[in-house]
Design a protein around this ligand. Structure first.
Ligand code: GLA
Length: 380
């Protein structure tokens, strides 16, 4: 969809509302190179934006109503309009909850005008590539843009997190919305969630003869219903027992009850792996990050226990076919994995993964090579 995604949203807007939108805003999905389940533990993450985006064409309304429509494969789905003054958690269901949640939070920030919104996008849904956050971020930018407000990106990220936590009901951290807002072309974003410190680290796998292959298992996941919240609560309990503010500060697992040890172990070792990855990338030692990716997967599978059989098969098959490392990304329980693949082995890895999936009787995975793309912004 890419360069035409904005046109698709604007054209559908014109057809529905009889006039061009006041503007079109867009936000990307993301891949997290490494640093999983560390964000809500005040730790480190290293995402990059993917070229897949969500576009929101928008114009203001005077009546405090938000109308919503989405374009999917040329079909326009018009949702029930929502009245801003009546928005409360639980009042919007399905995909509408994401833009409605953002409008609800922004209303509390004094951004309370109504709007017509038409959404188009090509971020695969439920694939662990942050489709919901790209929708939330694009909606936030559209509503803020229409109101003329210009807050900082870190404020926008916090408001989007609030929409996700308190309105949608998914207890997620700051990784996805910050990635969508702050990532830049050709870089990974090294984010220290505790301090908010950001560093754009150049990331050009292609120059090293490598590709980051995304393997979408097509096992759809939900962060509202999965074990995500339980893991998060486990980490908070572990930090309490250790007497630290968050697991970011934990030096080891001693003193923890057996069931909390693996959670702490994952967070402590994953933060270390992020720091090592950043160091290796800065030294242009790209191939050496492979084992760190694989160690991250093993830790998420065995200690944090958020993988699933499809993600494990994807990572194993990719490595067996020549990937230098592979890991699940995002919340887990489905979604996508990534593999660091020498360019000349890309086809072999794709075939290896597809065959392993077929042998297990799984549906076909979707695969594409991801290159860091631009973050969110105004298109038109
Ligand atoms: C999801 C959440 C993020 C983060 C990851 C795991 O993507 O939205 O906040 O916790 O899972 O790293």
């Amino acid at each position: 969809m890419n360069s035409t995604g904005s046109n698709i949203a604007a054209d559908a807007f014109r057809r529905l509302h009889g006039a061009a939108p006041a503007g079109v805003w867009s936000a990307p999905g993301r891949v997290n190179l490494i640093g999983e389940h560390t964000d809500y533990n005040d730790g480190f993450v290293l995402p990059f934006a993917i070229p897949h985006r969500t576009w929101v064409a928008a114009s203001p309304r005077e009546d405090g109503v938000i109308t919503l429509a989405s374009v999917q494969d040329g079909q326009v789905e018009v949702a029930e309009p929502v009245r801003l003054a009546e928005l409360e958690p639980g009042t919007a269901q399905g995909w509408v909850a994401y833009p409605a949640g953002v409008a609800w939070v922004l209303r509390q920030q004094g951004v309370g005008g109504g709007a017509d919104l038409v959404v188009a996008g090509d971020v695969p849904r439920g694939a662990g590539l942050s489709s919901s956050h790209s929708l939330e971020v694009a909606t936030a930018l559209a509503l803020l843009g229409l109101s003329g407000a210009d807050p900082s990106k870190s404020d926008i990220a916090k408001w989007v997190q609030q929409a996700e936590n308190d309105f949608v009901g998914a207890p997620t951290g700051l990784l996805d919305q910050t990635a969508s807002l702050c990532c830049t072309d050709a870089h990974v974003l090294f984010l220290d969630v505790r301090s908010g410190r950001q560093e754009q680290v150049p990331f050009d796998a292609g120059a090293h003869g490598l590709e980051v292959l995304v393997i979408d298992t097509r096992v759809s996941h939900s962060l509202v219903e999965s074990g995500y919240g339980e893991r998060r609560r486990g980490c908070e309990r572990a930090a309490d027992v250790l007497g630290v503010a968050s697991l970011r500060d934990a030096a080891g697992e001693e003193g923890l009850p057996d069931e909390l040890r693996p959670l702490a172990r994952h967070v402590i070792t994953e933060n270390e792996r992020v720091l090592k990855t950043v160091e290796l990338l800065k030294q242009e030692r790209y191939a050496e990050i492979g084992p760190l990716l694989s160690a991250s997967h093993a830790s998420l599978r065995d200690d944090y226990r958020v993988s699933c059989v499809e993600l494990d098969v994807a990572a194993e098959a990719a490595e067996k076919a020549g990937a230098l490392g592979a890991r699940m990304i995002g919340g887990g329980f489905g979604g996508s994995a990534i593999a660091l693949v020498p360019r000349e082995l890309r086809e072999r890895v794709e075939t290896g993964v597809a065959e392993a999936f077929a042998a297990q009787g799984f549906g076909s995975p979707r695969m594409f090579a991801a290159v860091p793309a631009a973050g969110a912004g105004r298109d038109v």
